[in-house]
Write a protein that binds this ligand. Structure first.
Ligand code: PBG
Ligand code: ZN
Length: 341
């Protein structure tokens, strides 16, 4: 058939070949996007320690600080004024001797998370307050659940403890609890716990449903002091190549009562984001642009390999294009500057 080509008009003259007229103006380029990044889809992670006057840079996370409760309000205020709508809280116990085998400090009524929930609710009535729910920041072994004597995870007490922590965050006023521990069955126990506490109608359960184990959480573990003291998290976080397992985990967590779902990390898992948006299209889908992704883009920009603003837009637009409706991102403060709405 190749010889027939000479009788056809050249590609350049064919009407349907000419696309460039459709995007030669900045506005017509914007019109090419099916959905656009907006401020209301950004959720900003806050690291809050038990040292009230703490305000410490985190070397592996450029521009991100860990705050004590006394330093939180002015910082959050500056972001709310720029259009910040949602935060996710991570507690960081620094005091000697507070970590134990069951993560007692996670829901200490005087601890950083519960104190901050109340403070932020009072000072910023329109801000949506989410809480990451996990034990790894608070356990002496640094794992996300409670361990058996042989070091393996003991599922039932883990799930009970995680559900209790989630309910206590909801009682303190959290608008959403987001369990990141990856224990089987915790969504069901959390939802049941919220129902029993009469809070299920007030608290959104966002499941870190498709959370993969990998190489991108290092800077977070520096910030939160939550690296496991032995072993790794491969027995509970998903294997990076396991797309089918991720789809099963997404469906399982919906079945157990999740109100929203998450894929994490994000950029290397766009196929999973896309799968999740199709499989769970009736649910808000969040992508977590994690600490390692953030640190990598900063490192590449420092090396002159990429322009930071350009690459940040490209990365986050990729998430929205793949189907994410919400994004947890350390770039949130920058996007509040860069976006108009
Ligand atoms: C706690 C938790 C982690 C992250 C969110 N919640 C770390 C981990 O699982 O080890 C990672 C977030 C990031 O890297 O930005 N389970
Ligand atoms: Zn954890």
């Amino acid at each position: 058939m190749v010889h027939k080509a000479e009788f056809l008009p050249s590609t350049g003259n064919s009407i349907s070949s000419i696309l460039q007229g459709g995007y030669n103006h900045p506005l017509s380029r914007e019109w090419q996007q099916e959905r656009q990044l907006t401020k209301n889809m950004f959720i900003f992670p806050l690291f809050i320690s038990d040292m009230p006057d703490d305000e410490t840079d985190i070397p592996s996370l450029p521009n991100i600080k860990r705050f004590g409760v006394n330093k939180l309000v002015p910082y959050v205020d500056s972001l709310v004024k720029k259009g910040l709508r949602a935060v996710i809280l991570f507690g960081v116990p620094l005091k000697e001797g507070v970590k134990d085998s069951v993560g007692t400090a996670a829901d200490d009524p005087e601890g950083p998370v519960i104190t901050s929930i109340k403070l932020l609710r009072e000072k910023f009535p329109d801000l949506f307050i989410m809480c990451d729910v996990c034990l790894c920041e608070y356990t002496d072994h640094g794992h996300c659940g409670i361990l058996n004597e042989d070091g393996s995870l003991n599922r039932e007490p883990s799930v009970r403890r995680i559900a209790a922590v989630a309910v206590n965050y909801a009682k303190a006023g959290a608008h959403s609890v987001a369990p990141s521990d990856m224990m089987d069955g915790r969504i069901k126990d959390i939802k049941t716990g919220l129902m029993d506490a009469g809070l299920a109608h007030k608290c959104l359960v966002m499941s870190y449903a498709a959370k993969f184990s990998g190489n991108l959480y290092g800077p977070f573990r520096d910030a939160a002091g939550s690296a496991p003291s032995h072993g790794d998290r491969k027995a509970y976080q998903l294997p990076p190549a396991g797309a089918g397992l991720a789809r099963r985990a997404l469906l399982r967590d919906i079945e157990e009562g999740a109100d929203a779902i998450m894929v994490k990390p994000s950029t290397f898992y766009l196929d999973i984001v896309s799968d999740a948006s199709k499989l769970c299209g009736d649910y808000p889908l969040c992508a977590y642009h994690v600490s390692g992704e953030y640190a990598m883009l900063h490192a590449a920009a420092e090396k002159g390999v990429v322009d930071l603003k350009g690459i940040a837009f490209e990365a986050h637009q990729g998430l929205v294009r793949a189907g994410a409706r919400l994004i947890i991102s350390y770039f949130t403060p920058e996007f509040l500057e860069w976006l108009d709405i």
